[in-house]
Design a protein around this ligand. Structure first.
Ligand code: 13P
Ligand code: SF4
Length: 302
């Protein structure tokens, strides 16, 4: 498909194509917006287009539909799901709510709509510290990612944290030995890590942040060497933004994100794809914590 044909197909479908940094690079290349989870959620919430083609995993499409329910949200691959999105239970939340006074349930956006609906506020890796700090509650149940939650705990030591014990299988597999080996092989390189990595990895990092924040860190030293402790899909944008840089990925591939192929993405523009539907009662419950995230993340910015 030529550039012109692609533009026409997007126009005919009245579609905006959003892509996360972890999807294959040929999909990122044809997207209208590429970004981290927070940026993409904001764009989805505000778009005027009738159709949102969300090149990412299910929780991303669900969040877009919940935030902008009159739009048609299409996922290129129905089976692309984040395993961590299900790593907490209604029972865990109910038990802790009954046991612990002054508790806020803080839900990472990498979660099912049902879990969001049981929570007080959503967060992404780029705003979790700011939002948890701003909450009036002393006690925090952080679901489902314990690694991100423990990193937030370090930054907000004045609060008590509880965890549901979930993790991202892609980031949690990374070992300190693998990072040490990369550092030995590339002694001039800095280490940038995603907070979904385990604490022992974050302790070795020069910078910890979301995918967009890692790209921002790299841009400050564009000709530098960087050991990248997040999914290697982010290297496409890193190389585009910093052509003089050298990047060494140490994390495995997210198979779910890689299910979002170019062919399936283009099919969404001509009647294909999987339409995301969220039951209205579930959507209404999940909309509240998602909107609270958007509000709290923007506070003090103006
Ligand atoms: P961010 O892009 O928000 O850093 O999220 C990473 C991720 O794991 C998305 O699934
Ligand atoms: Fe989920 Fe991890 Fe894949 Fe992100 S990288 S979608 S958190 S499995």
């Amino acid at each position: 498909m030529t550039k012109e044909e692609l533009l026409q197909a997007k126009e005919r479908a009245d579609a905006v194509v959003l892509a996360h940094y972890y999807v294959p690079e040929e999909v990122q290349a044809i997207a209208d917006c590429v970004g981290d989870s927070f940026y993409l959620a904001k764009i989805a919430a505000d778009t005027e287009k009738q159709t949102i083609v969300f090149c990412g995993v299910r929780f991303m499409g669900e969040s877009a539909k919940i935030l902008n329910p009159s739009r048609r949200v299409l996922l290129p691959d129905e089976s692309a799901d984040c395993p961590m999105a299900h790593m907490a239970s209604a029972e865990q939340i109910a038990r802790l709510r009954a046991e612990v006074p002054d508790l806020a349930v803080v839900c990472y956006i990498n979660s099912s709509a049902a879990l969001k609906g049981l929570s007080d506020v959503c967060v992404t890796s780029s705003n979790a510290v700011k939002i948890v700090r701003a909450l009036p509650n002393k006690n925090i149940l952080f679901i489902p990612d314990e690694n991100l939650g423990r990193w937030v705990q370090k930054k907000v030591p004045e609060k008590n944290f509880y965890f549901s014990g979930g993790h991202c299988p892609v980031h949690a597999c990374l070992t300190a030995e693998a990072v040490a080996a990369a550092k030995a092989a590339h002694p001039a390189a800095a280490v940038a890590a995603h907070p979904e990595c385990r604490g022992e990895i974050l302790a070795l990092a020069d910078f910890v942040g979301s995918t967009s924040e890692i790209i921002g860190f790299a841009k400050k030293r564009p000709a530098g060497e960087l050991i990248v402790a997040t999914e290697p899909g982010v290297l496409y944008e890193l190389k585009r933004q910093c052509p003089g840089g050298k990047f060494y990925p140490v994390t495995g591939v997210c198979e779910d994100m890689k299910r979002v192929t170019l062919a399936k993405t283009l099919a969404c523009l001509s009647g294909g794809g999987y339409e995301v539907r969220v039951d209205e009662t579930a959507a209404a419950a999940a909309r509240r914590p998602l909107k609270r995230m958007l509000e709290l993340a923007e506070q003090d910015k103006k």
